[in-house]
Design a protein around this ligand. Sequence first.
Ligand code: SIN
Length: 479
Amino acid sequence: MKLQNRNFIGGEWVRAGDGREFDVVDPATLETITRVADSGAADARAALDAAAAAFPAWRERSGRERAQVLKKWNALILQNQEALAQVISREQGKPLAEARGEVAYGASYVEWFAEEATRTHGDVIPEPVRGKKLLAVKEPVGVVAAITPWNFPLAMIARKLAPALAAGCTVVAKPAEDTPLTALALVALAQEAGFPAGAINIVSASRERTPEVVDVWLDDARVRKITFTGSTPVGKHLARASAGTLKKLSLELGGNAPFIVFEDADLDAAVEGLMVSKFRNGGQTCVCPNRVYVHEAVHGRFVDKLAARVAPLKVGPATDAASQIGPMINARAVDKIERHVRDAIAKGAKAVAGGRRLEGNYYAPTVLVDATPQMELSCEETFGPVVPVFRFASEEEVVRLANDTPFGLASYFYTRDAARIWRVADALETGIVGINEGALAAEAAPFGGVKESGYGREGSRHGLDDYLHVKYLCQGNLK
Ligand code: SIN
């Protein structure tokens, strides 16, 4: 697959207007892979002009016509699974097997929303008075600006672009500065699939120039929706800054997921669930458990089993097929992990596996016991391969601790007690709850948070509604 390194605007691959570029760095070797466009305000405006011009014709197409293009895109993504996985691993660092999985995961959203494109049903409302007909119909919101993260460089942009395009919206997108190449490759396949010029526009920008690009989209009334996955502070900024033109927002923000192991849990299943949910992408997902609460009666046995699974995890580059944990995305990410572990150990935690920085962008998979709420890692998302284990004594206590955070994206718990399952699932203040299950991601399910983890849902039929508004039609004088 030829790497694209230019912007895609109005159906053309173009350099940044002022010719600026920045390096894309392989997090495993710290070598430059290539250079891509470092876009500024003029490029952002050109992308928006193209999306606004393409909107009337794209929204006029029937859902079925839009679905056909999305289905072709899905087929092309799957045909290019291996090549896309190589790009993901190269720029983001995740092991190849996981990268292949991410391609399939991203494609599943494209397929799902191709199918949903034909189901934007409205309502026929029984008239409250005779002589009137009342209808609620759904319409695309307009031009959407998608700002996407580095941790799933393909899946996160796919699950924003696919519903937007299925709904009849056109898009301007900016991928994360660390991982623009996968997004550009995905858009090249969209071009091949036959989306009309201007339906999808993408510009890359360095960390320094990103605000210039995003400000153009925030200020311009033609952008009717912003969809963002990333940190809570940036999400709050987008909410404030888009208020001037009252844009619709979908914000998938930070988490601080609790993972609770009750005394009656199947401990082997809980350990496996934790391995899957915590070490996916080296611990760099918003739904990774960040705080593991284990009942005091099973604490020792659980920790022994967990440490025995974590210690042998193989750390290394994606080029080594045996690697299970790749590099972290950049040195800043490793600095944060190191800070969290150091703070925890200074406050009394003990490492029973790992606990140290390795060379380059690597960090050893780590289990810490005797974690307490006073430690930084209990309040902030670590975003790395570190499992802090806290003890608890009662259901009431652990539910209170689990909810004692401004965040509310995902939570997990393991128990065999049916009544407790419903009690705890009701009590947890998160948008997603894993019950005796660590793998939650699915295109058919609504993904999103509550509290300061944001609002809006991705995937499922709710994921399409986020790109539609409801128009009420009232016809009168029918007699
Ligand atoms: C995320 O980390 O934001 C997304 C993870 C997922 O889709 O499971």
